[in-house]
Design a protein around this ligand. Sequence first.
Ligand code: COI
Length: 354
Amino acid sequence: MAYSIAIERTSAPKTKPEVSRIGFGTIFTDHMFMLDYETGKGWHSPRVVPYQPITLDPAAKVFHYGQTVFEGLKAFKTADGAISLFRPDMNFRRLNRSNDRLSIPPLDEELALAGLKTLIGVDADWIPAEEGTSLYIRPFIIATQPTLGVAPSRNYLFMIILSPVGAYYAEGINPVKIHVESDYVRAVPGGVGNAKTAGNYAAGLKAQEEAPQGYSQVLWLDGVHRKYIEEVGSMNMFFKINGKVVTPALNGSILEGITRDSMIRLLTHWGVPVEQRQISIDEIAEAHRDGTLEEAFGTGTAAVISPVGELHWQGEKLVIGGGKTGELSARLYDTLTGIQRGTEPDPFGWMVRL
Ligand code: COI
């Protein structure tokens, strides 16, 4: 379906940054996409406008009750100079699942994708081409009705902003060290752990702040037994034990990662056995003790494939694979980034050209 998306171009384009300075999520492009929702009228007025601050009533529900969802995906400049998106349909489908959990009205996924493509077309010059870089895309929805009653908002704003990025972690593609959290929990069954909503991230900050120095992120255990591995707020976890890959099963309290799904598909395609099941931290500590814990890595849009070189669990340091990037993690990273940059075949048809 063809959508009519208004475009207002900036009269003051910004200077593009040096690639060495881009980091993660600190620089934004010249334009953004907006779409309004009103009860009775539905989603309306899709438009690309110059990137700018937005004005909201201080009583807007998002500020008080956190009725908001977001997504993260990436666009790439491929080796032949084309622009492509990695599995964008999966992100907009997941956005609608998050919407459902947060009582936000569903979005027309095709319109969202059309809006994104239009926005990227306008800001195409902002996509970095260097290895390890991409254009990070942040779609999000906020509840804007200025009313303090606890009830779903009658008005929403859907926006997409774009940020040229390098690696998410300061370590780059080198292994990260992760603290296994034993006091705080991130989510519980029946909660919002599998929705991409702000509160999950806000609730994780305290543990991240209190983690011992040198540990960039925390690994959450389940909220009931406090022993089963869930996720690291910014990525899903995988372990290679005795030649087999294991990853926590989707249990309603972890995020259904798109990179997670992609890695399971790639590993299966390569004939590497993958188990999706409950994994206790004791099983990991045991596998570390008996020398069968070969590799650990996290997956996420921002994190890509991030090798984990050490887990800090109850004062013990579990060094994995000598603290170095494992062979399988490196192969997954090279294959995924190769598919995204168009230097490797795309057997699953994941890349969507603009
Ligand atoms: C992503 O990987 O895109 C995310 O949304 C995680 C975020 C914490 C950076």
